[in-house]
Design a binder for this molecule. Structure first.
Ligand code: ATP
Length: 361
């Protein structure tokens, strides 16, 4: 991280009675980044965000904003604003007055309010909607009003708790692009909570993957996808094939793993012989050939099987291959130019030694 952190969490722990929902979280968030808290339902994402906002007190640990310890400060004393999944707009006010609300509380002048609100409505592309009632807006428009209402206070950090969850898929993708644009235009730090790995991947500079109240892995979307450090991460981000086995030998940078269909070669080292491990191989890293066409060819890592089904998904086609060890997924993005494969075909799935990630937990 090159820029100084705007949010620092040290040893943040939260218990509700005997139940610990966050366990010793350390995290630094850079000024101006979009950081996503990603993880399954109940892993503690919202609680962590509420602790940053000050709506919830941690049981142990410290929260620093811009280098200042705010652990004991109430929400209104912290330079953060939160946008919720259910927009929490005032239904009895129109769009303009919803956005102006925070500025009126701060006793800003009429002309300043007019100027700032107009600018914010243009930023979220609702310039024409200033006098509409909240009840007359679509979900996507209402979420833009909620964004404008939060941004008008010029928070150092904007907290977004599953803000797109109530919207349908097309609008969600459009809103993700809008959020990125707004992030660039305002330069505000965004902390975004979601359980949707696609949203996290599309939006984030870095992803914090959480599991049962702890941080599982932190990294850019590319790092998390290409180099998961645990089975949980490999499975949570994108599709992957998991092949279980045990380490039979290691030479230099190569480890040999018995996966029940011969020894698989992995370009990683450091795992002792005898360890139980998993190999994660992405569907797009697999090569598929008809068995009779590869007979006699040298293929170090391979499993033979039969195509069980072919799933057409528009821009890609997914093949599920039944093998003696596992169901293996293979994916092609250009079926038109690939070999023609059908259900029932006998195929060989092979992959390079550096296409698999060796996981020990
Ligand atoms: P989701 O994606 O479903 O919103 P989450 O990852 O945001 O989940 P949290 O809302 O942070 O999870 O909740 C984490 C755990 O803490 C859950 O098991 C939840 O039931 C529990 N929890 C949250 N708030 C309270 C509370 N006020 N009292 C007791 N338990 C709570």
């Amino acid at each position: 991280m090159t820029t100084p952190p705007i949010v620092e969490l040290y040893g943040v722990t939260k218990s509700f009675g005997a139940f610990t929902v966050l366990n010793d979280i350390d995290l630094k968030i850079a000024d101006g980044e979009i950081l996503t808290l990603l993880g399954p339902s109940g892993c503690g994402k919202t609680t962590l965000m509420r602790i940053v906002a000050g709506f919830e007190q941690s049981t142990h640990g410290r929260v620093l904003l811009r280098g200042v310890d705010v652990s004991n400060q109430p929400p209104e004393r912290r330079p953060v604003n939160m946008v919720f999944q259910r927009y929490a707009l005032f239904p009895h006010l129109d769009v303009f007055d919803n956005v102006a609300f925070g500025l009126r509380l701060k006793k800003k002048s009429k002309s300043e309010i007019k100027k700032t609100v107009t600018h914010m409505l243009e930023l979220v592309q609702l310039g024409e909607y200033a006098n509409r009632w909240i009840t007359e807006l679509s979900g996507g428009q209402a979420q833009r009003v909620a964004l404008a209402r939060a941004l008008v206070n010029e928070p150092s950090v904007l907290l977004l708790d599953e803000p797109l969850a109530a919207l349908d898929l097309k609008i969600r993708h459009h809103m993700l692009a809008e959020l990125k644009r707004i992030h660039v235009e305002t330069g505000t730090t965004f902390i975004y909570v979601t359980h949707d790995q696609d949203e996290a991947t599309i939006l984030s500079d870095r992803i914090v993957l959480m599991n049962k109240g702890a941080i599982e892995q932190i990294g850019t979307p590319e790092e998390m996808y290409a180099r998961p450090q645990s089975l949980f991460c490999a499975k949570f981000l994108g599709e992957t094939n998991i092949l279980s086995g045990s380490v039979i030998s290691a030479e230099g940078d190569t480890t040999y793993v018995d996966i029940g269909a011969g020894a698989a070669k992995v370009a990683m080292n450091g795992v002792p012989v005898g360890s139980q491990v998993s190999l994660a191989v992405r569907p797009e890293a697999i090569r598929l050939d008809k068995v009779r066409e590869v007979a006699g060819k040298e293929n170090f890592n391979f499993v033979d099987g039969v195509i069980q089904d072919v799933v057409f998904m528009g821009s890609r086609v997914v093949y599920n291959i039944r093998t003696p060890i596992n169901l293996i997924k293979y994916q092609e993005t250009r079926p038109v130019h690939g070999i023609s494969l059908e259900r029932g075909d006998e195929v060989r799935a092979s992959w390079a030694a550096d296409a698999a990630v060796l996981l020990t937990h």
